[in-house]
Design a protein around this ligand. Structure first.
Ligand code: FAD
Length: 395
């Protein structure tokens, strides 16, 4: 058999040919930023459980990735595919970095962009796109994650004001945010859920950070405490009435994860391929054993299939026809396969795989959070199950 020049896992699939020139250029810029500016520091951030969010937000703002797929108000207005590819590169760095961008662009900014008043958009979107203002998105509560309809946070009218009371939990960027988009059940007729734009300095609002995490350590995760937070009528998002508002925001962020999780998987696989070529075991490289090649082949197959699905969903989104249950297909597949790839790669690195010298276990640990947030795998199975059978099995 003649010698073959080794290919990358995605090179083998030829997925590059499916990506347009402009989208590729954007992707390459983000990749270069992550490689040069972020990757060298990730192990330290992860070990110390810290992330310089403000500094990173400025850099990400200059790169144009914050709210990049939105139009106007200082946002770049790229294709959805370009946004997905950017998420992939960011998460090839760390899921924490991609989470920062997802929450800023797809949750906080998207909520204001889609449902906000002109005044709210003018006030927040340009500075959030630039990375000068940081946003967070508070939906989950200590007792209500997969079932946000049960939320206990209340917004009660008092004259022309609203008064908010409640607690939100597991909120990315919470402690560093300048503005929180908070979802609360109102005392209006119908008790609909509404969204509120809460500036961080508002009396009664605090955001203590959650510590002792074993996953997404390079990410700020917080509780939001709302203790009699008084807001003017102008703080409510006028165009979001009911849970469909926050759920549509989650669908946006989830779309980014379809690509993002594959970035973490790609980084694990490329690291492992390199390691396997270098590592001599008994009398030849680890890469030269059939068992190793079986693992590498299977992992590459899942990565490539995941990428084909992600690019297909990207095309559907760019054509304006992507449905939420299709995003569920992608999120379920990408995260489930990425975590399996990360764990399998870890076995190939042996003991070295448990350290922060290599990104593999960091990615594997991060993906535990990604498996849970933006809809758990089980919830996405139920969404897909409902789409297939017409039967809702959520309760
Ligand atoms: P639960 O809902 O209690 O689920 C527990 C288990 O029950 C899961 O396995 C679940 O799949 C299963 N389950 C649930 N329903 C069913 C069912 N019908 N049938 C069978 N099984 C079921 N939230 C925000 O609002 N904003 C954020 O910025 C944010 N950032 C986060 C960052 C991190 C690091 C993490 C870990 C979470 C974040 N979340 C955020 C919260 C996240 O969205 C929730 O954790 C998620 O929705 C799951 O909720 P839960 O943790 O309460 O789990």
């Amino acid at each position: 058999v003649p010698p073959v020049t080794p290919q990358t896992p995605l090179g083998l699939f030829g997925t590059e040919a499916l990506i347009g020139e402009e989208d590729r250029a954007i992707r390459d810029t983000v990749r270069q930023y992550v490689e040069e500016k972020v990757k060298p520091q990730l192990a330290d951030w992860y070990e110390t459980g810290s992330l310089p969010v403000r500094e990173l937000a400025k850099e990400l703002g200059s790169l144009g990735v914050l709210g990049m797929h939105l139009d106007g108000y200082g946002c770049a207005g790229t294709t959805a595919t370009a946004y997905g590819l950017a998420c992939m590169e960011l998460e090839a760095g760390d899921s924490g970095l991609r989470s920062l961008v997802s929450v800023q662009g797809s949750l906080a900014m998207f909520a204001i962009w889609k449902y906000g008043s002109e005044e709210q958009k003018q006030q927040w979107l340009p500075s959030m796109a630039a990375g000068d203002a940081i946003g967070c998105f508070g939906l989950t509560e200590p007792d209500f994650g997969s079932n946000p309809a049960g939320m206990r946070t209340r917004a009660v009218r008092d004259g022309s004001d609203w008064v908010l009371d409640g607690t939100k939990m597991w909120i990315t960027n919470g402690s560093v945010a300048d503005v929180a988009v908070v979802w609360a059940r109102t005392d209006d007729p119908g008790n609909k859920v509404r969204g509120f734009v809460v500036p961080a300095g508002t009396p009664g609002f605090s955001a203590p950070e959650i510590k002792k995490k074993m996953s997404l350590r390079a990410s700020v995760t917080s509780e939001l405490v709302l203790d009699g937070v008084r807001l003017p009528e102008s703080a409510v998002l006028p165009d979001a009435v009911g849970l469909s508002g926050p759920l549509s925001c989650l669908n946006e962020a989830r779309y980014g994860i379809v690509f993002g999780a594959l970035g973490a998987a790609r980084d694990c696989l490329e690291t492992t391929l390199e390691y396997a070529r270098q590592r001599e075991i008994f009398d030849k490289p680890l890469a030269a054993y059939q068992l190793s090649q079986a693992k590498l082949a299977d992992m590459s197959l899942e990565l490539g299939k995941g990428m084909l699905l992600a690019l297909h969903l990207g095309s559907l989104k760019d054509a304006g026809s992507l449905r939420p249950e299709q995003v569920s297909l992608g999120k379920l597949n990408s995260v489930r396969e990425a975590i399996a790839i990360a764990r399998e790669c870890r076995t190939m690195l042996g003991a070295a795989g448990i350290t922060l010298e290599y990104p593999v276990m960091r990615h594997a640990n991060n993906l535990e959070s990604v498996l849970t947030y933006e809809g758990t795998s089980e919830v996405h199975q139920l969404v897909i199950g409902q789409a297939l059978t017409g039967e809702a099995a959520f309760r």
